[in-house]
Design a protein around this ligand. Structure first.
Ligand code: ACM
Ligand code: ZN
Length: 541
């Protein structure tokens, strides 16, 4: 009987509900709470030893403290007998653990253990800032409190998946660099590590390409925008657009890198390319003049498969590669109608010359040719799951959006996969059943719990195949998302739920407990004045 009671107590203590006492999201994979607290104040020091390895992360932490709490921490040469310092140590585990961290908070000191050139120390600091109390120095009438207590605890943590992504479509609606940085800060706060930047579309080309200036002087601007629901077919006549200069893109990448986020650019091909065709009509099969699209949808005028188009794309990608240091370039590949190719002499000649069966194989030829080029420059391609049609390019990774079938097929073919099925990873879908109380959205229904309960590794895959699932991603398409506030409303907190899916092992997850933690953790969102959707707040009342 006594053993039984002890077992119950043990289970209760180690249950997700108990772990919830700390407002950390994503839930760390091993956490124990200890007695007492550590005092953080302007007197707290950072021990200089190893600090070179962690300099960028410590700078980030000091910037965060300064912005939100009004002070920075100074360095000391070695551990003080007086205590009250934060120290960084290398782990005794070696190699392959670049995202792992240990965070040990005692009354006397905070010890962070992580690899010197990895992301672990940054994640430890992200965990630490979630343990700090709420404060909003901007709106405080009184001087900010500069002394506060942090719960003592011991955390050993590591992510479940390597690709923890969030996407943003800046083409249907454009968002300035200031907002891109805010978005990066938000996703980094929950230990996500990929920002998928959807830069080209029918409705606008958003990246400066020096060799082809019309891509932005013409392709970045449309003469009107669809208003309201697609079925109404209404447009305004307001010139709309914008783009990022290469200097701005470099600036964003530096910012993201300091937050351990890889920026994956998407340059769409062969479809969703009307803005490029509007700038340079010879890129299409017909060569006829086109306008940058004002409405949403899928358009027939896509890139022709003639050599001059490939030359153009290689030139564009050469500039893209020089900007983006990450391994992956997203080449789109979705929703490419074959209408023009079917009647184009260039395209039909190429089909015969290459002994291709049909236009699907021509698309596969297209992607494979681009893949060869990018591989020769040391990059890997990732594309939407349509790139499976007509045969997958030899090294391509697949982003599965039309359900999970594409991802499953790719994993079985030993290709890397990012899961991003419309249900539940499209955050442009509704998050409440009562659509009348929500801003107009593209459709669908992806509430917070559906996102939270998503498992990116399909049961149907065996253990070996499952290794190819790199992770998952939340997508924010902006046909119906007109401004920054609305991006925040649609992305948060579903992004936070997905962050936990991608970080925390299934056995450590629990939706009720997540909602409890989110209600504590939301002080960070409030501090930053994020316009997050509030449905979860009423859920626990
Ligand atoms: C997509 O949503 N067309 C990838
Ligand atoms: Zn053609």
């Amino acid at each position: 009987m006594r053993h039984f009671l002890l077992a119950i107590l043990f289970l209760a203590y180690n249950s997700p509900a108990q772990k919830s006492t700390l407002p950390i999201i994503p839930q760390p994979n091993e956490v124990s709470i200890k007695d007492g607290s550590f005092t953080v104040s302007p007197e707290t020091k950072i021990v200089l030893r190893h600090s070179e390895s962690f300099k960028a992360d410590i700078d980030w932490f000091n910037d965060y403290l300064e912005k939100n709490y009004g002070f920075r921490l100074e360095f000391i040469q070695s551990e003080s007998k007086m205590g009250n310092f934060i120290q960084f140590e290398y782990p005794d585990f070696e190699g392959g653990f670049k995202e792992n961290y240990h965070l040990d908070i005692n009354k006397a000191r905070i010890k962070i253990t992580a690899e010197g050139n990895g992301s672990g120390a940054f994640y430890a600091l992200q965990t630490l800032v979630q343990l700090l109390p709420p404060q909003q120095i901007k709106s405080l009438k009184v001087a900010p409190t500069k002394k506060f207590e942090v719960q003592c605890c011991y955390i050993e943590d590591r992510p479940r998946y390597q690709w923890r992504g969030m996407h943003l479509d800046v083409c249907r609606h454009f968002f300035p660099v200031s907002f891109i940085k805010r978005y990066i800060d938000l996703i980094a706060a929950y230990k996500m590590n990929v920002f998928h930047w959807h830069l080209t579309e029918d409705q606008g080309w958003r990246i400066e390409i020096k060799k082809y200036p019309k891509l932005t002087s013409i392709g970045a601007w449309r003469s009107g925008t669809m208003v309201g629901s697609y079925k109404d077919k209404k447009y305004d006549t307001i010139r709309y657009g914008g783009f990022y200069t290469q200097d701005e893109i470099k600036d964003v990448i530096v910012y993201a890198t300091a937050r351990h986020i890889t920026v994956v650019p998407e340059i769409e091909m062969p479809g969703h390319s009307l803005a490029a065709v509007a700038a340079y009509p010879w890129l299409s099969c017909s060569g006829k003049p086109q306008e940058v699209a004002k409405g949403w949808g899928v358009f027939d005028d896509v890139y022709c498969t003639k050599d001059s188009t490939f030359q153009f794309l290689e030139d564009v990608l050469t500039e893209v590669i020089a900007l983006f240091p990450g391994k992956y370039i997203h080449i789109g590949g979705d929703e490419c109608p074959k209408t023009r190719w079917k009647t184009c002499p260039h395209c039909q000649t190429l089909i015969k010359k290459e002994k291709l069966k049909d236009e699907h194989e021509l698309q596969s030829y297209f992607i494979t040719r681009i893949e060869k080029f990018l591989n020769s420059k040391g990059k890997q391609i990732i594309g939407w799951d349509e790139i499976l049609e007509g045969g997958l390019a030899p090294n391509a990774a697949v982003m599965s959006w039309r359900g999970t079938e594409g991802g499953i097929a790719a994993a079985k073919q030993k290709h890397n996969v990012v899961m991003s099925p419309g249900k539940p990873c499209y955050f442009d879908h509704y998050q409440s059943k009562n659509k009348l109380t929500e801003p107009l959205a593209i459709g669908g229904f992806n509430p917070l719990d559906s996102v939270y309960n998503y498992n990116p590794s399909p049961k149907i895959l065996n253990e070996q195949e499952t290794q190819f699932i790199m992770g998952a991603q939340g997508n924010v398409w902006t046909e119906y998302i007109l401004n920054e506030k609305q991006v925040e409303y649609m992305a948060v907190p579903r992004m936070i739920a997905l962050a936990e899916v991608l970080w925390t092992l299934p056995e450590n997850k629990n939706f009720t407990n997540f909602v409890l933690r989110l209600n504590k953790n939301k002080f960070i969102l409030d501090m930053w004045q994020v316009n997050y959707a509030k449905h979860f707040i009423t859920k626990i009342k």
